[in-house]
Design a protein around this ligand. Sequence first.
Ligand code: C2E
Ligand code: CA
Ligand code: CA
Ligand code: CA
Length: 274
Amino acid sequence: AKRRGNNNYEWFSDAINEKLEHHVMMRHELHTAVTNDEFFLEYQPIYRTNGQVVGAEVLIRWRHPTRGIIPPGEFITLAETTGQIIAVGRWVLEQVCRDIPRLKALGMERVGLNLSPIQLNRQGFFEELLEMTRQYKVLPECIVIELTENVLVSELSNAVQTLEELHDAGFKIALDDFGTGYSSLRYLQTLPIDIIKIDRTFVHASGPSHPYEPIARAMLALAHELGVDAVGEGVETQEHLTFLREHRCGFAQGFYLCRPKLLSVLEQEFSSIA
Ligand code: C2E
Ligand code: CA
Ligand code: CA
Ligand code: CA
């Protein structure tokens, strides 16, 4: 019971207890989720800014038995702290490898896979990924490893070596949420980056009066200069798309183009268009 007012301290410690209990419960539930197959994947198509579909990003969701569908933002961080991200990440990878032939049939030649730093820094990750792709006869070029800049701050040297191995093997590397982290420019120079994903903060910056507009334009010019592909994230309006196109951003992703959906739903929608 929360007794607000005359005893703030008690209220505060109750709140902490509740948070702790929630944490312990979620941790346990995450464990069951892995064994009970409660996760599922959605794919969000990625397009050329001229309209053609070229790929997709895979996004995990948790179908909780009582609490409904839980988005990744509410459990990935916890799974990282408990180490459960390893099992979850393996499940995602295997499922993606199975889905790749179906995605290709829809014109989605590449799949963006979000990786946690824990996965990337784990001994044997590269070998495991290679083994999995071989088993399913998936070409490394079909997989785009999406990393956030913050991911790379810790244990940088280890991550750099793994990224180089991955890149040499043919996997594509994307810097996710570009512009929101720090040292981004240094990463562009030291890491084997193929793609930058411009964070939606900058995609939404269109319009000459917007304070970020010059930065957004400079980011796209930089991508062009360095010869890396740019994907604008979070495209929600025609205006956002036009802005990207006008500033030579090759690729776009967002609700305006297509929401993340089950593969079976994408198959229905894409075949009814064709
Ligand atoms: P992210 O990698 O930046 O993924 C894009 C997020 O933006 C997704 O949220 C997507 O649903 C959302 N989004 C797409 N288009 C739009 C738009 O037009 N407007 C807005 N406002 N949002 C849009 P979601 O699915 O909730 O995922 C959140 C984050 O969870 C992802 O951010 C990613 O960092 C992480 N995540 C998702 N799946 C995985 C996974 O399998 N493994 C790991 N380690 N992280 C994952
Ligand atoms: Ca991503
Ligand atoms: Ca992103
Ligand atoms: Ca993000």
